[in-house]
Write a protein that binds this ligand. Sequence first.
Ligand code: FAD
Ligand code: SIN
Length: 525
Amino acid sequence: MSEYDIIIVGSGAAGLTAAIALADHCRVLVLAKGELTGGSTAWAQGGIAAVLDAGDTFENHIEDTMVAGAGLNRRETVEFVVENAPHAIERLIEMGVPFNKEAEALHLTREGGHSHRRIVHVDDATGWAVQAALLKTAEAHANITLLPGQACIDLITGRHEERYSGSGRVWGVYALDESTGTVHAHVGRATILASGGAGRVYQFSTAPRGATGDGIAMAWRAGARVSNMEMMQFHPTCLYNLEVKNFLITEAVRGEGGILKHPVTGHRYMPDYDERAELAPRDVVARANDDQIKRSGLDFVHLDISHKDPDFVAGHFPNIYEKLLTLGIDMTKQPIPVVPAQHYTCGGILIDLAGRTDLPGLYAAGECTESGLHGANRLASNSLLECFVFGEAAAKDIIARWDQLDAPPPIRPWDESRVTDSDEEVVIKQNWTEIRRFMWNYVGIVRTTKRLERAQHRIKMMTGEIEDYYGHFRVTTDLIELRNLLQCADLIVKSALHRKESRGLHYTLDYPALLPEAVDTVLVP
Ligand code: FAD
Ligand code: SIN
C-alpha cells in the first residue's frame, strides 16, 4: 500500500493541472495507465478557446457555448469557465507553452460554432506542447510523484476499510501495476479522477486506445451519479484511410477556409444544411457528412483547402501536411478524404463548480466529468480549457477544506485468493470488438429506439459473461478496460433511451423534435 496526501488518476491536462496547483501544499501521487503522455491531451490539435481579442467579449463566448450546447449547459458553469480562460492561458504561457504569435500578439484561429477568432494554438499540435509543459512543471516539483503503468481498477471506499463502513467515503484506488501484474492500494485524504473520456466504446474514434471510460465506470460503481452520457460527440473530419484509422483533421482547417464537398459531383453541400455552412457546430456538420455518405453510398466526403495559398496551408498545419504527404495526399493541391468519428464524451461524472462529486473525498475534472459546460454538444476547443479550470478548482477546494479531510484508515489489501490466470483471452478480444461495433451501428450519429433497444439487449447478454470472467480470472489492463467499456456502453444506451427528444448530439428519428425545456439526463446508481 502507498500513502500520499492526494491521489490523482490521470496525467493529462486535468490531472497535471490539479497536481501542480496542489503541490506547494501537499504530497501528490499521479497515476497513469500506460505512458504519461497516453491520454487525449497529447493528441489535441486545434487549440484552446479564450476571449483575448479586443473585439470579443465573455458574453460572446458564453453565448456561443450555450448555442452549441443546445441550451442544456448550466449557465453558471459556462460563465465560470469562460471568465477563467484568460488566466488559464496566462498560466500555460508561464509554464512555457509556445503559443503561435503574429506581430507580438497571440495568433487566434477560428473553429466551428465560434462567432469570433479566439483559439490560441501551437501550430496544429497544441496538445503535445501543453502536455510537455505540464509534465516538465510536474516533474520539477518535489511533492509530485508520477507513476505510469498503473491501471486503476476500482475506487477504495468505506467498504474496503479494515473496519467496514457504509459512509461512501473515498480513500484512493486499487491499481494494477502493468509491469509486475500485482495490484496495490494507493490511499490519500482525497482522490481526483482525471481519467479522460470513453471514446473507445465506438468502433471509429479519434481518441487514444486508453479512452475506455475507466473513471466514469469506477465512480458509477462506487455510487456517484453520472449525467448526459447520451451526448457523445462525433467529429466531422477524421481522415479516411484504410491503414491510419484515427487521424484527426482539425476543425481549424475549416476555420481557415476549408470546404466540404461531395467527392463525385464536387458540390459544396454544407450551405444546404445550415447557413453557417462549414462553421456550423460540430453536431450539425457531422450529421451532414453522415447524411451525404449514407445518401450516396460513399466511403468518405472531401475536405478541400487547396484553393488557399500553399505556403499558408503548409505553414499553418505543418503536422497534418507532413502526415498526409506520407500517405500520398498533398493538401495544398488536392482534397482530403474524411469521415465522421467519435471524438469527445460530453457526459460523465456529475460535479459541482469545485469539482466535487457525490462521494465524500472524491473529486473529478476534465473529460470524465459532466460539469455543465458542454450541454448537449461541446463547442470546439472548450475541453482543454475545462481541464485547466476544473483541475485548479478541485485543487483550491481541497486546500480550503484541508482540515476536514481525515487521514485514511487501514485498508484491506486486494484479494486475489479466488482467481486464477485466464486461459481464454479470446473472450476479451471478442467482446471488445463486439461492443465497439454495435455501439457504432446502433448508438451512433443518428439513432432510433429500436436500434437502442437492440444495443441494450446485447449489453445485458454480455454483462453476465464479463462479470463471470472478471470474478474468476486475475485482472489485466484489457479486462479492466473491457469491463469499463461495457459499463459505459450501458450508461450511454440507458441515457439515450431516456431522452425523448432530439437535442444537440442526441438525434433520434423517433423523437425528431426539441422539447420546450432542456433537462439533464441524470442516472442514479
Ligand atoms: P486525458 O488527457 O485523456 O488523460 C487521461 C489520463 O487518465 C491519462 O493519463 C490516462 O492514462 C489516465 N487513465 C485513464 N484510465 C486510467 C486508469 N484506469 N488508471 C490509471 N490512469 C488512467 N480539445 C480541445 O479543447 N482542443 C483541441 O484542439 C482538441 N483536439 C483534440 C484532438 C483529438 C485527436 C482528441 C482525441 C481530442 C481533442 N480534444 C481537444 C479534446 C481534449 O484533448 C480532451 O478532452 C482533453 O485532453 C482531456 O483531458 P483529460 O485530462 O480529461 O484526459
Ligand atoms: C480540432 O482540432 O478539430 C479539435 C478541437 C476540439 O476537439 O476541441
